[in-house]
Design a binder for this molecule. Sequence first.
Ligand code: CAA
Length: 295
Amino acid sequence: SQNKNITGGNMGATIKKIGIIGAGQMGSGIAHVCAIAGYDVLLHDASLERLENGIATINGNMARQVSSGKLEEKDHREAVARIRMAAKMEELAGVDLAIEAATEDETVKRKIYAQLCPILNPEALLATNTSSISITRLASTTDRPERFIGIHFMNPVPVMKLVELVRGIATENATFQTARTFVTSLDKTVTVAEDFPAFIVNRILLPMINEAIYTLYEGVGSVDAIDTAMRLGANHPMGPLQLADFIGLDTCLSIMQVLYEGLADSKYRPCPLLVKYVEAGWLGRKSGRGFYDYR
Ligand code: CAA
């Protein structure tokens, strides 16, 4: 596998080294695809345990790709060697692009930017993997709104072809071009969304999931009936309740809240059953229980 040093637009920026903040589902998936594409990756998380779990996830998912013939054993070894654990955020000082993939909570993201921006090279690009929060508003809290952009990957990152690119009002064209070239180099397809609540995929997907939860709440069908209906009746690879568990019910709820507040329309009202599950700590696959039991 070759090292892909990409040059973006008229800025002449070269992306070689990527810093990823957050080693959860999304962060580890992003690290996975960046390393396979030849980038050097520094993976950071505030918790060492999450960092170690993230690395273990990457290893496991790459091993899966090796056993199904999608990845050579040698490329697996080389890709893993390109990922370094950064226990301290300061270790991200030399990256060309930092991708924040922290939890879907604006306060958490703002805290990360406040700590990260003084560490980063002034020329470095800063991206967020937010699935719904305003890029313009997040950018405004940083020292580099013109070099800030939304790069929204889909879960599971190694499998899903799409990446949404979202410019904030201040994002420079050179930033956009560099980000587009970068995403394309990961063998992903870019779709461009304007900076409105939840962009394109989640604007459409989450109300469908929320409606499935209402369907359950109102007793129209059982969990199995609803998921079977959509898998076999609409050819979805997963039923909407299984998908909700997969995304994480806390993430589903926070996206619905962003839609509800941002678009001020009752059609986005989060289903009370979704709220109750999140209050119970039933967050889906990651917590062992959601609409299904994973224990
Ligand atoms: N890493 C690497 N490979 C993986 C993987 C991972 N995390 N997860 C699955 N795969 C691979 C499997 O190894 C398998 O590969 P082969 O075909 O080569 O054997 C392939 O993907 C299919 O997986 P499975 O056979 O295990 O199971 P499946 O056929 O049910 O597919 C799935 C799993 C790809 C997740 C499929 O169910 C699916 O596409 N589900 C819908 C996913 C979706 O909608 N994602 C978007 C969520 S929304 C989002 O992400 C936006 C947001 O902000 C909330």
